[in-house]
Design a protein around this ligand. Structure first.
Ligand code: TYC
Length: 148
């Protein structure tokens, strides 16, 4: 008998059924068997008793990602280009090349997406970068908006 390998599933009434059919000296307390008939030569083997793992749908297990927000750099006519580059490097950890390209894009197009973060991080970075400019008396502005 390969009882101890059987998976614990089912109900008390099935236990009683096993005990009755297999014999009174066999203690099955705590073991519940899956199936209809439990006479000794019909005791299920491991392969028969293992319940297949529940297949979950993708939507049930998927963890929702937090909505992302863009940080935008807005152009103005007064902030020096070098200062914009310095703020970008300091607050957004971009390279000099990347900062230069972001700055030129905002300068020519009016605005540029700097990076994308969770809402709180995007707002904090935009505020810190804008504050850096205010502290130096420049009107440079960073804004945030939800990503589509
Ligand atoms: N337009 C500014 C100038 O010519 C430079 C600048 C670039 C300012 C990008 C803001 O987001 C900006 N001095």
């Amino acid at each position: 008998m390969d009882l101890l390998n059987c998976r614990v599933i089912g109900s008390d009434s099935l236990t009683n059924c096993c005990r009755r059919r297999i014999g009174p000296n066999v203690d099955f307390s705590g073991l519940f068997f899956y199936g209809r008939c439990m006479s000794e030569n019909l005791v299920p083997r491991l392969a028969d008793t293992v319940t297949p793992p529940k297949t979950r749908t993708r939507s049930a297990t998927k963890t929702a990602r937090p909505p992302l927000h863009k940080v935008l750099l807005l152009n103005d006519d007064f902030t020096p280009r070098e200062f914009v580059v310095r703020v970008l490097k300091a607050e957004f950890r971009v390279t000099g090349d990347q900062a230069q390209r972001i700055m030129i894009t905002a300068h020519t197009k009016g605005s540029c997406v700097v990076a994308v973060f969770t809402k709180e991080v995007a707002e904090e970075k935009a505020t810190r970068a804008t504050d850096m400019a205010r502290n130096e008396g420049f009107p440079l502005l960073f804004a945030t908006e939800p990503e589509e």
